[in-house]
Design a protein around this ligand. Structure first.
Ligand code: NAD
Length: 424
């Protein structure tokens, strides 16, 4: 692990980015005050019985940043770095992301401060169910809708949906499985939600390269994080003929200049507790060298604050496409841009996840079953449109893509507050 996530500065980054864009677009002073803080912050401490009979107490978070555009929406993360500041930052990014995508959601995020690899499946199930119970009506299908994030998956979403429904009156049970998205397909999940974020990342990359007359065929790329987002991004990039030459995850870094097959690496990782370390068809490199890899494209798809002043000078890619939330800190981004390295910002680049979640939610609310081709087609159109809006704003305000993405989001939210007013 080269750069561990700094616990407090993701929030500093999001506020820095927000203030920069608010100044640039001259955001209404009242709206600025509203958006500069989170609306609700729920912290729960709850007991769980371990396999050996011991009782442990866990701490869970759910932060709801803003719901001007619709119900709070955002993932749940199980990771030692989860704390109130991380949840605040991630919830705030969700507000901007939903606004840019033009979907009727606000922003929320949460999780539990645990390393899930330390628990059995049965313990993880009890932790998840008890966390859901502790959150109670702080989440809900039309109020706040969680989804998978780091170390949470479709199985965990199914446990949450089942617990939420099981603790309601029998007459309400069938109607509220859309309290979470990213469920298994058999439990109301959407075909294609698994790949939605990676597909969206690649859609954004395709838009960028098309605008710059670049052919991705044969272009080299490296990926940090080989979980849901990292793997699916690699899958779709490799379909376009791009060559994966290095990967880093929590088990180490690997490199092969002749190319790494994402499907073979995924098959290996499945036998290796999800980790890429020790993959026999690549050589192990140290984590610092991963960032120095000569390549066309870098996709950070793990945690926040991974590209910092510590390693930004080493980066040789021409394009950074942010699959993760907050992977580049504000100082490092300035360096990247000065070096002429373009950045497709997280709130645009990885928005395929929340858009896919929106389609799942619609599918559940309308009691429909959507086909994967329809899902991916609609997703692609939405991200292409968002990309165009951000590029237009960057031209209008003569600014980088991240600031432009914020401006697109802030304008939409500002308009709603101006139209609706502030109660009373
Ligand atoms: P995941 O749990 O499936 O995968 C996380 C990956 O990060 C794993 O490969 C893990 O090994 C790696 N990792 C963890 N700690 C690391 C470290 N210190 N150094 C290097 N690698 C490390 O999670 P995910 O759903 O793929 O999410 C990855 C990122 O994408 C997160 O920032 C998340 O917020 C963001 N994101 C996810 C979605 C989604 O739909 N899942 C949507 C938008 C954004």
């Amino acid at each position: 692990m080269s750069n561990t996530e700094k616990k407090t500065s993701m929030y500093e980054n999001v506020m820095h980015e927000f203030n920069k864009a608010a100044d640039k677009m001259n955001l209404d002073a009242g709206v600025r005050k509203i958006l500069a803080t989170t609306q609700n912050e729920v912290v729960v401490h709850f007991p769980v019985k371990m396999d050996d009979g011991r009782i442990e107490v866990f701490t869970g978070y759910r932060v709801q940043h803003n719901n001007a555009l619709g119900p709070y929406k955002g993932g749940l993360r199980y990771h030692p770095t989860v704390d109130i500041n991380a949840a605040r930052a991630l919830a705030t990014w969700m507000t901007w992301k939903s606004a840019i995508a033009g979907i009727p959601y606000g922003g929320g995020k949460g999780g539990i401060q645990i390393d899930p690899s330390q628990f059995s499946q049965a313990e993880l199930e009890r932790i998840t169910r008890r966390f859901t119970y502790a959150l109670g009506d702080n989440i809900g299908p039309d109020y706040d809708i969680p989804a998978p994030d780091v170390n949470t998956n479709a199985q965990i979403m199914a446990w949450i949906a089942d617990t939420y429904a099981s603790t309601k009156a029998p007459s309400q049970r069938a109607n509220n499985f859309h309290v979470v998205t990213g469920k298994p397909v058999g439990c109301g999940g959407l075909e294609g939600r698994d790949r939605a974020t990676g597909f969206g990342v690649v859609t954004a990359i395709k838009k960028w390269v098309k605008a710059h007359n670049v052919d991705l065929k044969g272009k080299t790329y490296i990926v940090q994080g080989f979980g849901n987002v990292g793997y699916w991004t690699a899958h779709f990039l490799s379909e376009l003929g791009a060559k994966l030459i290095a990967v880093q995850d929590h088990t180490g870094s690997i490199s092969n200049p002749d190319g790494i097959c994402p499907e073979e690496l995924l098959a290996y990782a499945k036998t290796n507790k999800g980790g890429v370390g020790g993959y026999p068809k690549a050589k192990a490199i140290n984590n610092a060298d991963f960032w120095k890899t000569e390549c066309y494209l870098l996709v950070p798809a793990a945690l926040g604050n991974q590209i910092t002043v510590n390693n930004v000078k080493d980066i040789k890619a021409q394009l950074v496409a942010e699959g993760a939330n907050g992977p580049t800190d504000s100082e490092a981004e300035e360096v990247l841009l000065k070096k002429g390295i373009a950045v497709i910002p997280d709130i645009l680049c990885n928005s395929g996840g929340v858009i896919g979640s929106y389609y799942e939610w619609l599918q559940n609310k309308r009691a429909e079953v959507w086909h994967i081709d329809e899902v991916l087609e609609r997703l692609q159109r939405k991200i292409e449109h968002s990309f165009d809006l951000v590029v237009e704003a960057s031209k209008e305000y003569d600014c980088d893509l991240r600031t432009a993405a914020y401006i697109v989001a802030l304008k939409k939210i500002e308009r709603v507050y101006k139209e609706r007013g502030v109660f009373p």
